[in-house]
Unconditional design. Structure first.
Length: 131
């Protein structure tokens, strides 16, 4: 179905809803592989140095989920898991700020960092750009 009578913006919106791909000019720019690699190594180095924080957050999250699934939800277990997750998030937010400052690439560095956090730690449910 072609929509010649609609303005361009409406055609694009309806096309996206119908599942058509965006024209090349509208696609998000490809991530810089060097910047992504640098972000990944920075995050991994931080994670090695602060392994206990990451392990604690994961362990407490699993415990809260296990209690919930067994029919014994525990508010204190959920609160401990949330505090541990926030500690990891705060550490990653500080690391992200220093990474962006050291790279000077602004949005590209922040985006690369966020993508790598989501790729490396999907189970922590960390918000990408809200770090």
């Amino acid at each position: 179905m072609r929509l010649r009578s609609f303005p361009g913006a409406i055609k694009r919106a309806l096309g996206r809803l119908a599942g058509r791909a965006r024209p090349p000019a509208e696609r998000a720019p490809a991530p810089d592989p060097a910047l992504s690699s640098l972000a990944a190594s920075t995050i991994e180095e931080y994670a090695r140095a602060h392994a206990t924080l990451f392990e604690r957050a994961e362990r407490l999250k699993e415990k809260a989920e296990r209690l919930e699934s067994s029919g014994m939800p525990s508010e204190s277990a959920n609160n401990r898991a949330e505090r541990a997750r926030r500690e990891v998030q705060a550490g990653l937010a500080a690391l992200r700020a220093s990474f962006i400052e050291s790279r000077g690439a602004g949005g590209q560095a922040g985006s690369a960092f966020d993508r790598e956090v989501e790729r490396l730690y999907p189970s922590l449910d960390l918000p990408g750009s809200d770090l």
